[in-house]
Design a protein around this ligand. Structure first.
Ligand SMILES: NC(=O)c1ccc[n+]([C@@H]2O[C@H](COP(=O)([O-])OP(=O)(O)OC[C@H]3O[C@@H](n4cnc5c(N)ncnc54)[C@H](O)[C@@H]3O)[C@@H](O)[C@H]2O)c1
Length: 284
């Protein structure tokens, strides 16, 4: 997909971090932007920034991607707004770290429901309607380098991101198989300076841990291993948005953010070929 002007983008998790940057960049590209997030004030702030910075139209739709009905309502609002959806960024995501056996079932359910089922719900709600459109469209799913390589202290999050990568590949194959004009890319960021280190701010009551089994919300060592330290060392989200638009224009499927991507996947592939547990690659 090469032309974005006059088209409509839908961005989930658009209230913060990478999602906000994707929303602002979509507006700069001349798109009308549906700004979706579970957290209302930051979502509205993104919409205000869109109007202020580029004068583009923005529609806020509070959405919980873990809830299929909420995502169906988002699709209804988005298709009903300007008559189509041309860029869908399934970006909302949350993080839980720590030793796998110390994580609760509620932790797993939360992370999988947002990071994996958030995308599943969007595939169900958006793709059939995108297929009926005359024009080209594109889906960008935000996974992570944690969906390409593994590390310790990372079970639920990395598992959800490996699943998001697999889903994205299969979705691209399915769309190709039916000759669709809808493309797919998967964003696999390394460390980016966002608010993901405080994901629990948006943890729904339905995924609360049992009393006495609360999950630690952060920890320097875990953050280092998982590359989620929100304060320093990572790329800025607007750099990621530039890479996303360049990759969609170029028709690229994988969208890494750092040059270390090549070494990281090469190391994994080498280890897989000799039937060994993949080494933990160097962290950016
Ligand atoms: N920051 C990084 O280093 C990094 C690295 C790799 C991948 N990612 C991925 O990038 C994506 C964006 O995260 P970010 O780093 O910008 O973090 P962020 O916390 O700054 O932004 C995430 C946004 O998702 C929203 N959100 C959370 N739960 C939601 C739900 N149930 N429904 C709708 N919206 C919800 C939050 O309110 C927030 O606005 C995530 O999928 C994350 O896993 C981030």
């Amino acid at each position: 997909m090469e032309s974005f002007t006059g088209k409509t983008a839908v961005i989930t998790g658009a209230g913060s971090g990478i999602g906000r940057a994707l929303a602002l960049r979509s507006a700069v590209e001349g798109m009308s932007v549906v700004v979706a997030d579970i957290e209302v004030p930051p979502m509205e702030e993104t919409a205000a920034l869109i109007t202020e910075q580029s004068g583009a139209e923005a529609l806020c739709v509070q959405t919980d991607v873990a809830d299929a009905k909420s995502v169906a309502a988002l699709a209804e609002a988005a298709f009903g707004w300007q008559g189509g959806v041309h860029l869908l960024c399934n970006n909302a995501g949350v993080f839980v770290g720590g030793l796998m056996w110390e994580r609760t079932l509620a932790d797993w359910n939360w992370v999988m429901s947002v990071n994996l089922f958030g995308i599943v719900h969007a595939v169900e709600a958006f793709v059939p309607r995108m297929l009926t459109q005359e024009e080209e469209s594109h889906i960008v799913n935000t996974a992570s380098m944690g969906g390409m390589v593994s590390a310790s202290f990372s079970g639920p999050y990395f598992a959800s991101k490996f699943a998001a990568v697999g889903l994205s590949e299969c979705l691209a194959h399915d769309l190709e198989a039916v000759g669709a004009k809808t493309g797919v890319s998967v964003l696999v960021p390394s460390l980016i300076n966002t608010n993901i280190g405080t994901s629990t701010r948006n943890r729904q009551e339905s995924f609360a841990n049992p009393v006495g089994h609360e999950t630690p919300t952060s920890g320097a060592e875990i953050e280092k291993v998982l590359q989620v330290s929100a304060s320093e060392g990572g790329l800025e989200p607007d750099v990621v948005a530039d890479k996303v638009f360049a990759a969609v224009r170029a028709g690229e499927f994988y969208i890494p953010t750092n040059d270390t991507y090549d070494t990281q996947i090469a190391m994994r592939f080498e280890d897989q070929q000799v039937r060994q547990l993949p080494r933990v690659p160097p962290i950016d």
